[in-house]
Design a protein around this ligand. Structure first.
Ligand SMILES: Nc1ncnc2c1ncn2[C@@H]1O[C@H](COP(=O)(O)OP(=O)(O)OP(=O)(O)O)[C@@H](O)[C@H]1O
Ligand SMILES: [Mg+2]
Length: 240
């Protein structure tokens, strides 16, 4: 380090550098504020657009005379709501881009067993915290949504009480998701539904499962139905 006395020249240079650094910090702050504002705007636009589509579906459902059409539209609205929950979690203040599947399932089960859902059905959850990449959040959430709503809609007819078990765990290189109920089982459900099954829900499960490279097993659990999904953690996990 040179020992030259700090003449005016040096002091001026230091002052100029400090000014430049301050100006740079101000520019960066302005750019950051603009990005943050854009992100909020995007968040609002997506939320409003989802809301708009949902309202259109509701309008059409109200007008539909065919009960099957009405039911299909109401069903799609529920799926849209699940995408809305994913979006809300992804854009949560201070945690943008983070999506914990366990948190999502906790939200969804709380909603499904709330006063507007099926309070007489108890969810038994064993959920390991599982951060997933934002691109995988919606397909995983939709898939789980189908299986949980199926359990609620078909496993416990006549509002009989029952249990739905949800487990999320890492097992070796796989993520394992298990959803089971102690209800009437596949055969029982179909008999009660009078064979008028639509099977769009399970089609969604199959399609999204393929997209996620999941291995899916649906089986009779005596009592009830059990669905086990295993998918490679590598493809699902959030990139560090
Ligand atoms: N947990 C369950 N317990 C009993 N039966 C079930 C269960 N899950 C599915 N099923 C049966 O499988 C059928 C197909 O399910 P799927 O989700 O494809 O269609 P859906 O639930 O009837 O209609 P949606 O297209 O609205 O989902 C159901 O109609 C029901 O009979
Ligand atoms: Mg279904």
């Amino acid at each position: 380090v040179s020992q030259e006395p700090r003449g005016r020249g040096v002091e001026d240079r230091v002052a100029a550098l400090e000014l430049a650094a301050e100006a740079r910090a101000r520019d960066l702050q302005v750019a950051l504020d603009r990005q943050t504002a854009l992100l909020h705007e995007l968040d609002h636009r997506v939320k409003n657009n989802l809301q708009l589509i949902s309202s259109l579906m509701l309008m059409q459902a109200r007008r539909a005379e065919d009960p099957a059409v009405r039911e299909a539209l109401v069903g799609m609205q529920a799926r849209l709501a699940a995408v809305g929950v994913v979006h809300r979690r992804l854009f949560q203040e201070g945690d943008i881009g983070r999506f914990d599947l366990a948190d999502f399932v906790r939200d969804l089960t709380a909603e499904l067993s709330g006063p507007a859902g099926r309070p007489e059905v108890v969810f038994v959850c064993d959920l390991a915290p599982t951060l997933v990449a934002s691109a995988k959040a919606a397909p995983l959430a939709l898939l789980i949504n189908e299986l949980l709503t199926n359990a609620l809609r078909h496993a416990f007819p006549d509002r009989r009480p029952g249990k739905v078990f949800v487990r999320i765990a890492a097992s070796g290189r796989d993520l394992r998701i298990e959803i089971a109920d102690d209800g009437v089982g596949e055969a029982g459900g179909r008999a009660i539904d009078g064979g008028s099954e639509q099977r769009f829900g399970l089609t969604i499960v199959e399609l999204l499962g393929r997209q996620l490279q999941a291995h899916i097993v649906r089986e009779d659990a005596h009592p009830g139905v059990r669905v086990t999904l295993s998918l490679p953690l590598e493809g699902v996990r959030e990139e560090p």
